[in-house]
Design a protein around this ligand. Structure first.
Ligand code: ADP
Length: 486
């Protein structure tokens, strides 16, 4: 059985990725921190190890120097190499982590008279290795594995003139013991690193959660926003980029809200406007006496007239919707050519004297077809609302970085109280002269002007009106392809 979802609820498919963003931030943080800590410690360890090893070598070399000085100081007193070797072992005492051996004829015969940290006297394999290595060389510095673990050692032959015995002095250092402090500091560091990573993880988890909170709120608010209740907005907290994003989304919601309100308004207006012709046609058809040929002809004419009006209304609604969708084909246009084209078209309209008063010499970035459509709408209104046979003037004018396409008539003008309303959809003003219209002409002109980043100009008095479309000469900013508010 499948459970019914409450209205407005939606699958929470985003929750996984939302958590994973938090986890991913944390993982990146921990990875970088861990790499940094390990890198720093490994470098430190290697440097310290190198220093320790060179210190060991320096100590071993100094043992040889000491051994030589013991032999040199007392050379006249030694009759055998073995005797000299014993004096060396008695005079050069091993330090911590060190041991020393005196090897005579391949066997360990002397060792220090003090307690040493390591004991090599019983390591016969090591003694044999040293004897082999020293051979004819004077000094041998090497590293090997002994009974006490890895050692670094130095071996030097001790000889006394006239004594054929082979005597070798050996000083050795336990590497394990030398490196023990360094190795134990590595362990301490590992504990500190783990604690630091835990702290970074904990702080990172809360900080990431805090930073992502507006996005969670955004998600929750977006879920709450429905077609019936679009007032919900996300609270903007702070001044960081997340709050900037929140502000941008709130603005977008405002625009969507007003676009939807506009659409609903348009639907209401259209329904209202279509109701009248439908009612008229229906009323006449209901009362029609089909036996009366004259009445049938009159009703037919009336119905066709009303249907033409409805069809004109639908065309205007489509034109308005297209204009408000704002898909303009902006291109550089020669304003003088455009003016001449429109004036040529206007002269085909009968019933008035048309006069081209001025022509702007300029190039402008605009949609020539839309500007022509809007200008001709103004021309059409002027022709509709001014007395037959009167002169109607038109022209284009450059004013700073704006160009105006205007039409002046000698009609009744527009009453002050109606100045705003005439630009609203279906905002008709009854001129008392029985002139029909959809009430969409001026809203279309306004949408065209605003689509170009411009406006409609209007100067109206009792002796006529002057309407104009004012647009910037340069390319309109951010209007191309943008949906304008209804
Ligand atoms: P329509 O002309 O279809 O009624 P418009 O949107 O073109 O719709 O015009 C709205 C109203 O503005 C008209 O009903 C009319 O009252 C007024 N109007 C428009 N142009 C003129 C004009 N040139 N002179 C006087 N009134 C005008």
């Amino acid at each position: 059985m499948t459970g019914a979802r409450s209205p407005g609820s939606r699958p929470r498919r985003l929750s996984l990725s939302r958590w994973s963003v938090r986890s991913r931030i944390l993982a990146s943080l921990l990875l970088v921190a861990a790499l940094g800590l390990v890198g720093a410690e490994v470098t430190n360890y290697l440097v310290q190890r190198t220093l320790t090893l060179s210190d060991v070598d320096a100590r071993l070399v100094s043992r040889v120097a000491l051994a030589r000085s013991v032999v040199t100081r007392s050379e006249n007193g030694f009759s055998t190499s073995s005797e000299a070797l014993r004096s060396v072992l008695a005079g050069v005492l091993p330090n911590s982590h060190e041991d020393a051996l005196g090897i005579v004829n391949g066997r360990v015969q002397f060792y220090p008279d003090v307690v040493t940290d390591i004991h090599l006297e019983n390591d016969t394999a090591f003694a044999a290795q040293v004897v082999r290595e020293v051979g004819t060389k004077t000094v041998w510095l090497g590293t090997t594995d002994s009974q006490v673990g890895p050692i670094r050692y130095i071996a030097v032959p001790i000889s006394v003139a006239g004594d054929p015995q082979s005597a070798i002095y050996v000083a050795a250092v336990s590497m394990d013991q030398e490196l023990a402090p360094l190795n134990s500091s590595l362990g301490t560091f590992a504990i500190i690193a783990v604690v630091a990573l835990l702290a970074i993880g904990l702080v990172g988890w809360f900080v990431a959660g805090r930073l992502l909170r507006p996005i969670r709120q955004l998600d929750a608010a977006a879920s709450r926003i429905t077609a019936s209740d679009r007032r919900e907005r996300i609270p903007v907290v702070g001044t960081d980029d997340v709050s900037e994003l929140t502000g941008t989304i709130n603005d977008m919601l405002d625009r969507l809200d007003s676009a939807m309100t506009g659409q609903r308004q348009l639907l209401d207006d259209v329904r209202h406007e279509l109701k009248t012709p439908i009612t008229i046609i229906r009323g006449h058809l209901e009362l029609l006496d089909v036996s009366d040929a004259e009445e049938v002809a009159a009703t037919r004419a009336l119905a066709l007239d009303e249907l033409d009006r409805m069809s004109g209304l639908v065309d205007d609604i489509e034109a308005l919707a297209d204009t408000q969708r704002g898909l303009l084909a902006i291109a550089p246009v020669d304003v003088a050519d455009l003016t001449a084209d429109v004036f040529a078209k206007v002269q085909g309209l009968r019933g008035h004297d048309w006069m081209l008063v001025e022509t702007a010499q300029a190039r402008a970035e605009l949609d020539a077809a839309r500007i022509t459509q809007g200008w001709l709408q103004l021309v059409d209104n002027a022709a509709k609302y001014s007395p037959p046979g009167s002169t109607i003037e038109l022209g284009s004018r450059l004013d700073g970085d704006e160009v105006e396409f205007w039409v002046r008539d000698s009609g009744p003008g527009i009453p002050d109280e109606s100045l705003q309303r005439i630009f609203d959809r279906f905002g008709r003003v009854d001129t008392g002269r029985g002139i029909h219209g959809s009430g969409l002409g001026l809203p279309i002109v306004k949408a065209i002007a605003e689509g170009h980043g411009g406006r409609v100009s209007l100067d109206s008095g009792t002796s006529g009106s002057r309407f104009g479309i004012v647009v910037p000469v340069g390319s309109p900013q951010g209007n191309e392809g943008e949906e304008s508010d209804a």
